[in-house]
Design a protein around this ligand. Structure first.
Ligand code: UT7
Length: 323
């Protein structure tokens, strides 16, 4: 039996606390004008004390299950993409599994920083294609605010907290039916680890560490890697420019989004942008943007949706979905 997978529900959850650029400018040497002009960010949501990655992930997961019309008892796998797990171990996914009331199936975390959701979606798709899972809850969730150096203006203005989720379900396609997840494409280049990293870790110095970034160089790699992976996804599916209905990109910087859209020949109306409201929520950014555009009715059945992301590692990837 040849199984394929499709997304049957999306959900998200954001902390209610909002921090504007103007508020940040009171504590670090920056301005609203600089942040908006260089990144497109106006505000970000920041978790309150006690509001953990698992808490955000659970809410997003519940919302996705409700939209999908299935319950946790129907799931056989939970994958949480995160860089900010509640504990070094056990995984945040097992915590979410317990919060969902599941005592069956399997749960694990996946770490690919900002590309985490694309990696997790590809993993779920492959589990389903291999016949090893029927219903998978894929979550991207982060409280990046807890690993930010709030005195470093080159990074602290860029990130926010949140969670997004999708339920991926197996189906048996008709003969030439091209719906659901059409293809996924993952890449990494560990030689470029020093462009974006934390200066600590459980296995090196017993510390969590803070985010360090070489922004300008990272920007250059983001533009070229994302251009090449969207080309790869288009070529793998025989697409022409303009065939894509919606680009749902990782929300790191509005200027990077614009450049990828241009590469695809897409006008601004076909790009889902949340970076202005959410900033960069790492693994949560793509599913948060996806859920936004599904719930406000932009993404419709039958449309072609291209998701892409790039992050620390470096890691990058894309997923093409016929909704
Ligand atoms: O999610 C993973 C992927 N992440 C990315 O892809 C991020 C990629 N990088 C970027 O988005 C951009 O490089 C940034 C938004 C991080 C920076 O924008 P930029 O246009 O590349 O600025 P820059 O780093 O070249 O800095 C320009 C100037 C510098 O001052 P000097 O050296 O020219 O005097 C910075 O010190 O802007 C200064 N600067 C700031 N000024 C005000 C850096 N951060 C700030 C700030 N406020 N927050």
């Amino acid at each position: 039996m040849a199984y394929r997978s499709r997304i049957i529900g999306t959900g998200s959850h954001l902390p209610d606390k909002i921090v504007t650029n103007a508020e940040l400018a009171k504590t670090v040497d920056t301005t609203d004008e600089w942040i908006v002009e260089r990144t497109g960010i106006h505000q970000r949501h920041i978790a309150r004390e006690g509001e953990t990655t698992a808490a955000l992930a659970f809410q997003a997961g519940e919302n996705a299950l409700e939209a999908a019309g299935i319950s946790a008892s129907d799931l056989d796998l939970v994958i949480v993409a995160t860089t900010t797990p509640d504990n070094t171990f056990p995984s945040t996914a097992t915590k979410v599994q317990a919060m969902l009331g599941m005592a069956h199936g399997a749960a694990f975390d996946l770490q690919a920083v900002c590309s985490g959701f694309i990696y997790a979606l590809a993993t779920a798709d492959n589990f389903i294609r291999a016949g090893q899972a029927k219903n998978v809850l894929v979550i991207g969730a982060e409280v990046f605010s807890r690993i930010i150096d709030w005195e470093d203006r080159t990074t602290c203005v860029l990130f926010g907290d949140g969670a997004g989720a999708v339920v991926v379900q197996a189906f048996e396609p008709e003969d030439d039916e091209k719906t659901g997840i059409l293809s996924t494409h993952l890449h990494s280049d560990g030689r470029l680890r020093d462009l974006l990293y934390t200066d600590g870790g459980a296995g090196s110095n017993s510390c969590v560490g803070k985010v360090r970034m070489l922004g300008r160089e990272l920007f250059r790699h983001a533009v070229s890697n994302l251009a090449s992976v969207v080309d790869e996804a288009s070529e793998a599916n025989g697409l022409q420019k303009n065939d894509i209905d919606w680009l749902v990109p990782h929300q790191a910087n509005k200027r990077i989004l614009d450049s990828t859209a241009k590469k695809l020949g897409l006008s601004a109306e076909h790009v889902v942008v949340t970076v202005d409201q959410h900033a960069n929520t790492s693994a949560a950014s793509v599913p948060l943007a996806l859920d936004t555009a599904v719930r406000d009715g932009r993404i419709q059945k039958g449309q072609l949706v291209l998701m892409e992301a790039m992050g620390g590692g470096l890691t990058w990837g894309a997923a093409l979905v016929r909704w």
